[in-house]
Write a protein that binds this ligand. Structure first.
Ligand SMILES: [Zn+2]
Ligand SMILES: [Zn+2]
Ligand SMILES: [Zn+2]
Ligand SMILES: [Zn+2]
Ligand SMILES: [Zn+2]
Length: 351
């Protein structure tokens, strides 16, 4: 540790007795020669004595003695600039703390980057090394040493890659599971669609027992019941892809006298009056405050309130009031506003 006189605050007030006669800097960890009473830095005098034992450079008869506490107290009053002032450190330290500051605390020391070997201020070193592409790093997982800019973890680390592909295959397995289930559902629906005759559009006299067991009735009220838009919208939550809407005659009957199949989105329709949406061969409508129902896609729907059209395909029209009344029709059977024999039926696949 060497502290040139110029780094002491007010150096002109410093007597020569504060300076080491060997190195001419401020005395550091001073010891005294008992014989000539001159004070030296401990390291300076030790270096001299290596060449010749007891040869004090001033009196030739060196005998070491602790330096007096009074003198030491004078030293501790000195204020000293940090050796890294030129690098930007403006700290002024007492004699006692200068060593600790310079060795442990000063952020303006120059340090060598472990990668590019450039000298960097200690305070900037962390950031520099994080960005310095040449810093070598050992992967904690696979122990491979790599340069930081190689992006080892994302691209090279075999263990990481294994992890990633394991994760991917788990996701794929799940997807396949879902797909399997989806295909199964699709098969059931397609069977129903083709074998049940729904492919052609509106069907008549279908026995519930011919439908796959995965289908269930989710809405079953007599025509006297007042169907509301809210009821239909809520049903959507219980449906998968497709629904069947139809009518059964009689409380114990299991024959759909008239029915059609369509996507469950039908329950969410907000059709303008007499402007149905075509799915397959069927026109569907859900017009709030008017009615809900279907008719063949080739037929014009004629709702005044519900569909009272009868010129063509009268037997293929189904229409339920949404205007606060029961009814209205199941094919040619109309005016079912207070009817307790006909039933409004909606079916969906079990979830
Ligand atoms: Zn010295
Ligand atoms: Zn001496
Ligand atoms: Zn400093
Ligand atoms: Zn570097
Ligand atoms: Zn690795």
């Amino acid at each position: 540790m060497q502290i040139p006189k110029e780094r002491i605050i007010s150096p002109n007030e410093i007597d020569d007795e504060y300076l080491c006669p060997i190195c001419f800097h401020l005395l550091w960890k001073p010891v005294e020669c008992k014989n000539c009473q001159r004070i030296f830095c401990k390291t300076c005098i030790d270096e001299c004595l290596k060449e010749k034992l007891h040869a004090c450079p001033l009196c030739r008869h060196y005998q070491e003695k602790r330096c007096s506490p009074m003198f030491y107290a004078l030293l501790t009053k000195l204020k000293i600039e940090c050796e890294n002032k030129l690098n930007g450190c403006n700290d002024i330290l007492s004699y006692e703390f200068i060593e600790k500051h310079q060795n442990e605390q000063c952020q303006y020391k120059m340090k060598c980057c472990r990668g590019c070997q450039k000298e960097i201020l200690e305070k900037d070193l962390y950031q520099h090394e994080r960005n310095c592409g040449t810093v070598r790093i050992e992967c904690k997982r696979c122990n491979q040493v790599y340069k930081q800019k190689q992006k080892h973890e994302q691209l090279e680390c075999l263990i990481n890659m294994l992890d990633i592909s394991n994760k991917k295959s788990k996701t794929l397995e799940k997807k396949i599971e879902h797909l399997d289930q989806y295909i199964h559902e699709l098969e059931t629906t397609v069977n129903l669609y083709i074998i049940g005759g729904f492919a052609s559009g509106i069907v008549h006299d279908i026995s519930l027992s011919t439908l796959p067991s995965s289908w269930e009735i989710i809405y079953d009220f007599t025509y006297g019941h007042v169907t509301t838009v809210e009821e239909l919208r809520e049903l959507k939550l219980r449906c998968k892809k497709q629904i069947i809407v139809g009518a059964i005659q009689g409380s114990s009957s299991t024959i759909l006298k008239l029915a059609a199949m369509g996507p469950s989105e039908i329950l969410l329709l907000d059709s303008p009056l007499n402007e149905p949406t075509k799915f397959g061969n069927v026109n569907w409508y859900l017009t709030p405050d008017y009615s809900f129902g279907f008719a063949p896609s080739c037929s014009v729907i004629n709702c005044f309130c519900a569909d009272y059209g009868e010129k063509d395909n009268s037997e293929n029209r189904l229409s339920w009031h949404l205007s606060g009344d029961g009814g209205y029709r199941a094919g040619v059977f109309k005016d079912l506003v207070h009817d307790n024999e006909w039933r409004k039926i909606i079916m969906a696949e079990k979830q």
